[in-house]
Design a protein around this ligand. Structure first.
Ligand SMILES: *[C@@H]1O[C@H](CO)[C@@H](O)[C@H](O)[C@H]1NC(C)=O
Ligand SMILES: *[C@@H]1O[C@H](CO)[C@@H](O)[C@H](O)[C@H]1NC(C)=O
Ligand SMILES: *[C@@H]1O[C@H](CO)[C@@H](O)[C@H](O)[C@H]1NC(C)=O
Ligand SMILES: *[C@@H]1O[C@H](CO)[C@@H](O)[C@H](O)[C@H]1NC(C)=O
Ligand SMILES: *[C@@H]1O[C@H](CO)[C@@H](O)[C@H](O)[C@H]1NC(C)=O
Ligand SMILES: *[C@@H]1O[C@H](CO)[C@@H](O)[C@H](O)[C@H]1NC(C)=O
Ligand SMILES: *[C@@H]1O[C@H](CO)[C@@H](O)[C@H](O)[C@H]1NC(C)=O
Ligand SMILES: *[C@@H]1O[C@H](CO)[C@@H](O)[C@H](O)[C@H]1NC(C)=O
Ligand SMILES: *[C@@H]1O[C@H](CO)[C@@H](O)[C@H](O)[C@H]1NC(C)=O
Ligand SMILES: *[C@@H]1O[C@H](CO)[C@@H](O)[C@H](O)[C@H]1NC(C)=O
Ligand SMILES: *[C@@H]1O[C@H](CO)[C@@H](O)[C@H](O)[C@H]1NC(C)=O
Length: 749
């Protein structure tokens, strides 16, 4: 804004200066020299411009003027005695005083006075001619006929005019016009340089009320006829025998004008620059003119000066800002308008954008640009982050086995019907698990993280890496993954029969069917083998970290599939087998681990001990007592029962039989579980030992079903165990075993 205002100010000053300068010039030009240098330009109060002059050398030949200073004011005299009223350079005219011709009668036929001097001395230099445009031969009288006789070039000219009236009253209505009633006017031709008046009537029939008749060539617009001019010799006396007459003058003896109003060296009299010539309208020769836009005296050097049109607004109109320029002027329409200011035709410029609109548009544009920049910045950041993630994941991809499939977001969305609620099959600590159908109708479980921060992504990727290296029939197989999105997704094989937890504790559709001990043992063996596989993996030892029945899935033949490695941590083989506690589930949590906040392989063993207890008691890790309803810790309860040798009533009624051998198996399992639940981790068996012990028990139990049980073998089998409770082993009860076996084979699909 400030520079704008400064500019406006500058313009204003400039314009003011521009308009002031010529004004100063004009002020000077009021006294500008109309005469040649060193020549007087005044006679009395009459300005005498060159080519006229009063001294030799000050006038052009034929333009000499005498200044008679004996009168006041001094009179400019042309020729012998013709008084000049004024000179006009522009119109090439001078006005002089002319004598009035008259005749008076004191009776009809008695002329008592007459005067008629020929106006002849203007023709000496042939400079002047009577102006045929400005003068009329005028006759005043009620019984008058006057002739004008003159010279036109070498020829003669003669004309006349008659005027009559019945009475003075008959002229009163004329209102000043000279129409033949008491006054008559006639035009004269151009080129007239001399005239005289003669009278046509001898006598005056109107002598009684109009004794005198007058006739003269005079300036037409000067004279207004009145009745008073007919009374007595009023006209003569009022004008003191002088009426003005206009004479045309021109440069007669110096050729003609060859180019109108153009600066022409062929017109030597036109001395000023910015001057040109014009042929005179009266007689031979030419006159000089200042070019358009200039004024002054074209006959003197530098006589033509620029007209400051802006100072003559009535002559040079301008609505707006007038700017004078050399030879012309410009008229700038006022701000907000356009058009021809000289014609007063400045019209408002239709404003496309009024000020508020401009402001609004400006604001909107500004905001838009800002928003755009923000978006760009955000987009850039996101993109960089995305690229960074992609690069990161690329690294991970390379770390994975090649057989892992990489899924696109689109594929996953189609498979899960755009993450339909109905496809959710589980909600875990790390997010939701959806069931999905791939193109080939293959069912998969898709684990979608809730949200991902650096830590969680680490875990997620950790699991991918772990699982990509794991190939065990009892561990849920990872089929592929989708890392395109911010929330990475893992695609697992779909395990159709739910979790072990569901099977044992309820929600499973199969809960009403009894589950045989054989099935339970097999599930335990398979889970133990899976965990052992994890623990004894060659490259990295893997802790599951969250062993529980809910993380053991069952396929359609009730084979165990250990899942959910969310809390898994890699253990370097040689390092101390400790990892900071990440998570765990109540009831399964290693009490030692609770104190140290560190999970070890033995923590998994402890948790697995709880799973074994669940398998044989069919009670939850934290269960409500059937009678009191109070919450109980399965592990603690079982241990205390075992010490009181009263575990039998905790066993699941579905698997308890009268068969001593079966009960012996149950007893062995119980003791194995309790070993796993030892308070000190070091007292617990390793996962390998657990798996082997369970395998033995399964074999033994299976052998029972084949009716090929050799008591010795039984003994040897049992003696191999490191448990010294063999002596307490109850006898196997064969009849009940049959029943169990039957159920086992009819295990639901
Ligand atoms: C104008 O006339 C005066 C006196 O006649 C003379 O002194 C002066 O120099 C003239 N100026 C110009 C510009 O001719
Ligand atoms: C010159 O002076 C006379 C008398 O003072 C006056 O009547 C006349 O109008 C003046 N002429 C000019 C051209 O000023
Ligand atoms: C000047 O005028 C006076 C009075 O009108 C006259 O007497 C005299 O002769 C004139 N002089 C010239 C030189 O014309
Ligand atoms: C000279 O004549 C022109 C045109 O007739 C007129 O506009 C102008 O006013 C006259 N100048 C004088 C000083 O009488
Ligand atoms: C001519 O006669 C008229 C009327 O009788 C008279 O008014 C006038 O003065 C006379 N003029 C002369 C010069 O005698
Ligand atoms: C007029 O007369 C003069 C001399 O008497 C002569 O030189 C001139 O050519 C004549 N002009 C015309 C137009 O007849
Ligand atoms: C002219 O008019 C005047 C009054 O307006 C009157 O007194 C007189 O008689 C009239 N004269 C003639 C000749 O009609
Ligand atoms: C002649 O009459 C016109 C209007 O009718 C007037 O403007 C003008 O001044 C008069 N002329 C004289 C010399 O009285
Ligand atoms: C015009 O006049 C000038 C001087 O006044 C003279 O030198 C020139 O010869 C004349 N030209 C003609 C065509 O008469
Ligand atoms: C002036 O008159 C001469 C001769 O009649 C002619 O040749 C010339 O073109 C005229 N000039 C103009 C500007 O009319
Ligand atoms: C004003 O200008 C417009 C076009 O610019 C034209 O149509 C209109 O006749 C002009 N009006 C006048 C009074 O000159």
């Amino acid at each position: 804004m400030a520079p704008m205002r400064r500019l406006q100010c500058f313009l204003f000053l400039t314009l003011t200066l521009i308009s002031l300068l010529p004004a100063a010039a004009l002020a000077a030009s009021t006294t500008f020299n109309m005469s040649l240098p060193g020549c007087p330009n005044k006679c009395g109060n009459i300005t005498i411009p060159y080519p006229f002059g009063t001294r030799p050398g000050c006038y052009r030949p034929g333009f000499d003027i005498t200044c008679n200073e004996s009168t006041t004011p001094a009179k400019a005299i042309m020729g012998t005695n013709i008084e000049v009223l004024d000179f006009n350079i522009t119109s090439a005219e001078i006005r002089v005083l002319n004598f009035i011709g008259y005749v008076c009668y004191n009776q009809n036929s008695q002329q008592n006075d007459t005067w008629s001097t020929p106006f002849s001395n203007i023709g000496e230099t042939k400079t002047y001619l009577f102006s045929h445009r400005r003068n009329k031969f005028t006759v005043i009288g009620c019984y008058s006929l006057a002739y004008i006789n003159g010279a036109q070039g070498n020829g003669s000219y003669s004309s006349g005019c008659a005027s009559f009236c019945q009475s003075l009253n008959s002229t009163t209505g004329n209102g000043g016009s000279c129409n033949g009633l008491g006054c008559c006017q006639t035009a004269i031709p151009a080129g007239l340089s001399y005239y005289e008046v003669s009278w046509g009537f001898n006598g005056n029939q109107a002598w009684s009320f109009n004794p005198c008749s007058y006739a003269a060539l005079m300036q037409e617009d000067w004279y207004n006829f009145t009745v008073d001019d007919l009374v007595g010799n009023g006209f003569y006396e009022r004008n003191q025998n002088n009426v003005p007459i206009v004479l045309d003058w021109a440069i007669r003896e110096n050729g003609t004008c060859l180019a109108s109003h153009v600066e022409s060296s062929a017109s030597p009299a036109c001395q000023s620059i910015h001057s040109g010539c014009d042929n005179t309208t009266n007689g031979d020769g030419y006159i000089c003119k200042c070019l358009q836009g200039y004024e002054g005296n074209p006959y003197v050097p530098n006589g033509c000066t620029d007209i400051n049109e802006c100072n003559i607004p009535n002559q040079y109109p301008c609505t707006g800002t007038c700017v004078n320029i050399e030879g012309n002027y410009e008229c700038l329409c006022p701000k907000g308008t356009r058009g021809d200011g000289k014609a007063g035709n400045c019209t408002k410029i239709p404003e496309n954008f009024p000020y508020p609109a401009k402001v609004a548009i400006g604001c909107i544009l500004g905001v838009a640009v800002l928003v755009g920049i923000c978006f760009l910045a955000i987009w850039h950041k996101q993109r960089r982050r995305y690229i960074k993630e992609k690069d990161e994941y690329k690294k991970y991809y390379e770390m994975m086995d090649n057989h892992l499939r990489v899924f696109g977001t689109k594929q996953i969305e189609i498979a899960t019907n755009n993450f339909d609620e109905n496809h959710i099959i589980g909600v875990g600590g790390h997010g939701k698990v959806y069931k999905g159908l791939l193109e080939n109708n293959m069912a998969v479980a898709i684990k979608k993280s809730k949200e991902i921060d650096e830590v969680q992504r680490g875990e997620f990727v950790n699991e991918i890496i772990l699982l990509s290296h794991i190939n065990h029939k009892n561990i849920v197989r990872l089929i592929g993954c989708c890392l395109e999105v911010q929330i990475p997704m893992l695609v697992y094989e779909y395990v159709p029969n739910g979790t072990l937890f569901d099977l044992l504790h309820g929600k499973s559709k199969n809960r009403n069917r009894p589950i045989s001990l054989g099935t339970r043992l097999r599930i335990a063996v398979e889970s133990a083998e899976a965990l052992d596989y994890l623990h004894s993996s060659i490259t990295h030892s893997i802790l599951h970290g969250d062993v529980k029945s809910a993380n053991i899935l069952l396929d359609d033949e009730y084979h165990a599939k250990v899942s959910d490695f969310g809390a898994s941590n890699l253990l370097p083989v040689d390092d101390a087998q400790i990892v900071e506690l990440v998570q765990g589930t109540r009831g399964y949590l290693d009490p030692e681990c609770l104190c140290t906040q560190i999970i070890t392989k033995k923590s998994d063993v402890y948790s697995f001990g709880v799973v074994i207890l669940e398998l044989i008691t069919r009670k939850k890790a934290i269960y409500a007592d059937n009678e009191t309803g109070e919450k109980k810790h399965l592990a603690s309860c079982f241990i205390s029962r075992l010490s009181k040798n009263k575990i039998h009533d905790m066993w699941d009624v579905e698997i308890v039989t009268n068969d001593e051998k079966v009960n012996l198996v149950l007893q062995e399992i119980s003791e194995l579980a309790v070993q796993c639940l030892s308070v000190r981790g070091d007292d617990r068996p390793t996962m390998k030992q657990v798996a082997e012990e369970l395998q033995k028990l399964l074999r033994f139990h299976t052998s029972l079903s084949s009716w090929q049980i050799d008591p010795e073998e039984t003994d040897s089998l049992l003696s191999e165990t490191k448990f010294d409770s063999v002596s307490d082993t109850p006898a196997f009860h064969s009849t009940n075993y049959m029943k169990v076996l039957e159920i086992d084979t009819e295990a639901p699909r």
